[in-house]
Design a protein around this ligand. Structure first.
Ligand code: ZN
Length: 119
């Protein structure tokens, strides 16, 4: 397998996800500043404020997911370094290359992933 190609994919993905995490962080810190300065808005627009809170929660979930993806990418890069990239962490078989192309930081083959999701 061409791990060098996957290393490039992972590094690009890592850049992209890092940027997303940063953007989300800036967005959520900006939103809380805005809310603190707008006391009137809090009283008069409860519905709006509830929506804003919900939006921020979605952002935070995204941020958590992105950080999860980021650590997955780092682990995949480590696996490239130590030569275990592409091996299923459960059964040890080679993960299908098309699956790795879609999800380069996958740790399980499709069969084990399905088993894990069913459990
Ligand atoms: Zn497996």
């Amino acid at each position: 397998m061409d791990t060098e190609r996957f290393r490039q994919i992972l590094l690009e993905e890592r850049d992209r996800v890092s940027l997303t995490v940063e953007t989300l962080r800036e967005a959520s810190s900006g939103a809380s500043l805005e809310e603190e300065s707008g006391e009137e808005a809090f009283d008069n627009h409860l519905a709006d404020s509830a929506t804003a809170t919900l939006n921020r929660e979605i952002d935070l979930t995204l941020e958590e997911n992105s950080e999860h993806v980021l650590s997955g990418i780092d682990e995949a890069l480590e696996r490239i370094e130590n030569g275990t990239f592409g091996a299923c962490s459960r059964c040890g078989k080679q993960i299908a290359e098309d699956r790795l192309e879609a999800l380069p930081y996958a740790t399980r083959c499709i069969d084990c992933q399905r088993l894990a999701e069913r459990a």
